[in-house]
Design a protein around this ligand. Structure first.
Ligand code: ARG
Length: 591
């Protein structure tokens, strides 16, 4: 698979020149950046750093390195170089950019894939819904970001799997059991719950929580139910299994609606139930777990992380304990090398504690193996969408509303379109997902319909529209070609006498943008920031749209140039499609 990105070639050329010059030992790492447009495609400060270390003139050092690179026989086909203020700027040759165009067309859907990951095993955890509770917008963000990362990691040659770590254990299930039994006692019917289990169970839970607030003694009755559940009481087990079953069905529905890839694992918190006691014993034995006011805690004050409660004073284990057990299991039993937790930033402290305890307990040989991929809260401006009691917005409402609005827009823009309904569903999802992904995940975002669903600007529908527009042009030029019979499926232009010398500046701008794609994707696997991929796709779309405004494509009279431009826009559509796939967004060919 290609690793032939411009950057790879340049770092290779640079490294071998520095090694010929016996300078390698003076540099810790090569820094090759994408500079502002006027400074070529890449730029390095290597010469500046060397000059400083060797007390030389930076300009001379840069020129010396440039000369050395030029001695390399392959260099002239790849780059031209300029020294500027001690920097070395590299400009990829038209020939190299054209080769890449062919590569895109050859590789198709695989363009942008790499083997960078080397088969390293990664688990990405997201869409961690809670049993008997409707998912909210926070879970949506987790699903969308996690799904994108899974796709990116897989495309980069990692062995990546997904897990939901469903919230299916804890005292809250005792409270729910208690509430359910009270409901039945008062003459309530199971049928009523079965009709709409998640909402009804949630109502029972919310109702009981309110009662507990008024009369705290009731909490103990809930705790008793949980204790019975833990001890394996048949009635409680069966009820709980029912709660879990209906919830998993509900989550699976959402997963399908959201078009998120199927999960490899659904190991809920309860899965770790029997894995906690040995861990608690071991932590105690290691002197990490100590008694404090009836609870069992790990003192993380020295790390400025407070006290972590692993067993509450009533004897119940905590969410945190289950997370420690999860890490141990993932490392020792699942043999995973890396774990990403896509969870909102309010849980940062929790994960710091979990990671620290796991490290101290030696469950985590490499502390860098775990990472909290945190994200900020997404809110909706008041009144934009109906909210249940004005608190959390259900995922269902959001999706329904998006579909309705997308359909309206499609009806207006393209009333003749055949499969309006399915296209509008794709547009609706694109709007929601892209809005989420295009913001730096660490920021708090306010969702607005106008922004998300706009067909202009940095939005999902805009990218879909650009993609469909290119396909429209291709369809039309195909029919023209068929009717005039001038040229059927064409050769790669340069092979039919087309030379790199005939590539104009406007084409070069598009080619330059296209070649950046694999590097952008590789970067997302490093910093988990899909917004950079979004930005890139937006810029690519803008580059195409101005190209198309400025030069004729299907109307071009010179057939060789026409073919070349058609190939250029075909490749552009391919890259948009590949990028959208990684974002979990469909690319309809007509809309
Ligand atoms: N279920 C939790 C919630 O909805 C999130 C779980 C996050 N993952 C974890 N391993 N703690 O808040």
């Amino acid at each position: 698979m290609q690793n032939e990105t411009g950057k790879n070639w340049i770092s290779h050329l640079l490294a071998s020149a520095l090694s010929d010059l016996k300078l390698t030992s003076y540099l810790d790492s090569l820094d090759i950046k994408v500079p502002d447009l006027n400074f070529g495609d890449y730029s390095t400060n290597a010469a500046l750093i060397l000059a400083k270390k060797l007390k030389e003139n930076p300009k001379e050092a840069a020129n010396k390195i440039i000369e050395k690179i030029q001695e390399n026989a392959v260099a002239k086909d790849l780059v031209t170089m300029q020294e500027a203020g001690g920097f070395i700027n590299f400009t990829l040759t038209p020939q190299f950019l054209l080769n890449n165009l062919n590569r895109i067309l050859d590789q198709g859907d695989l363009y942008g894939c790499s083997v960078n990951g080397g088969g390293k095993t990664v688990i990405i955890e997201y869409f961690q819904n809670n049993v008997a509770k409707p998912p909210h917008v926070g879970h949506l963000r987790s699903a969308v970001i996690g799904d994108c990362l899974l796709r990116v990691f897989r495309s980069q040659g990692f062995k990546a799997v997904s897990d939901t770590h469903i919230g299916d254990w804890g005292t809250q299930f005792g409270i729910l059991l208690f509430a359910y039994k009270e409901f039945i006692k008062a003459g309530g019917e199971k049928k009523l719950i079965e009709a709409d289990p998640i909402d009804e169970l949630n109502k029972l839970y919310v109702g009981m929580s309110a009662k507990i607030e008024a009369d705290p003694a009731l909490r103990d009755l809930g705790k008793e139910e949980f204790a019975k559940l833990e001890q394996g009481n048949t009635e409680n087990r069966e009820l709980w299994q029912w709660f879990v079953r209906v919830s998993l069905e509900d989550f699976e529905n959402y997963r399908k609606i959201l078009e998120v890839l199927p999960f490899d694992h659904n190991l809920g918190e309860s899965f770790y139930e029997d894995k906690m006691p040995p861990i608690l014993a071991e932590l105690k034995q290691k002197g990490l777990l100590v008694e404090s006011q009836g609870a069992q805690v790990v003192n993380l004050e020295p790390q400025k992380m407070g006290f972590a409660v692993l067993v509450k004073s009533d004897g119940a284990t905590t969410y945190l304990t289950r997370d420690v057990a999860t890490i141990k299991y993932r490392i020792e039993d699942m043999k995973l090398e890396k774990m990403l937790y896509v969870v909102d930033n309010r849980q940062a402290h929790h994960f710091n504690q979990v990671f620290e305890i796991s490290k101290q307990a030696n469950y985590l040989p490499d502390p860098k193996a775990v990472e909290h991929v945190d994200f900020g809260f997404m809110s909706l401006p008041e009144g934009a969408i109906s909210t249940r009691k004005g608190t959390t917005i259900s995922l269902r409402n959001l999706i329904d509303e998006a579909r309705l609005r997308a359909l309206q827009i499609i009806e207006e823009k393209n009333p003749a379109l055949e499969n309006k309904k399915s296209v509008s569903e794709q547009v609706a999802l694109a709007a929601i997902k892209y809005f989420d992904l295009s913001h730096n995940r660490k920021t708090e975002i306010v969702f607005t319909w106008d922004k998300a669903l706009s067909f202009e600007g940095n939005t999902g529908p805009y990218l879909q529209y650009t993609h469909a527009r290119i396909h429209g042009i291709l369809r039309k030029s195909q029919t023209n070609a068929d009717s005039t019979q001038t040229h059927a499926d064409t050769e790669i232009p340069r092979q039919s006498g087309f030379s790199s010398a005939s590539v104009g500046d406007r084409e070069l701008t598009v080619l330059r943008k296209l070649i950046q794609y694999p590097e952008i994707v590789a970067q997302v696997a490093k910093d988990y920031l899909p917004n950079n991929l979004c930005n890139y796709l937006f810029e690519l779309s803008q580059t195409f749209n101005s190209f198309y405004q400025e030069v004729p494509v299907s109307q071009e009279q010179n057939l060789m140039i026409r073919d070349f431009r058609l190939k250029l826009i075909t490749a552009t559509a391919q890259v948009i499609r590949n990028g959208l796939y990684l974002l979990g967004i469909e690319a309809p060919e007509e809309m």
